[in-house]
Design a protein around this ligand. Sequence first.
Ligand SMILES: [Zn+2]
Length: 178
Amino acid sequence: MASISQNAAEELLRKVDRSFAAQWPIFWLPQVTSPFGWRPDPHQLGVERAFRAKVYHNGLDIRAGVGDPVRSIWPGVVIRVWQDDRNGNAIRILHLAHPEVVSGYAHLDLTKVVPGQIAVTPTRIALSGNSGRTEGAHLHFCVSVDRQWVDPTAALENNWTVDQFVEQLAAGDNHPKV
Ligand SMILES: [Zn+2]
């Protein structure tokens, strides 16, 4: 079997990554059930929303059941697959065209990739679920740039490439169009 060097593979992926329009991580009828930013604590269930403590939501909650296929927003390299009490089963993907951009996927039922694996849409990287700290099945999706959480909504709604996303962030326009 012919093989290409790691560097050649990364260069190829960087090109694909650069030209690829953002895709919602849930394939069908994506619906944001909880947006990015400050929100009433979803875990203070006995308390009316208006009186709940405000907690920072570092990503989007996207409607999903248990077992819905999940894909990467842009192509990239899987850098972490792990499990903890809060995130449940989770995955992080680094987007090589802009290696400062990392996307995350949490509360998964099942992960289908391992670190080092290349995730090219429409590869299913996982199945959504209800693992970790949740009040029901959904996909928690987040994006960081230089280790800072940013709102990915506009990239998803406008199908920005990772280049366009980084440009818009630099221009200070990180707000979804309405
Ligand atoms: Zn969330």
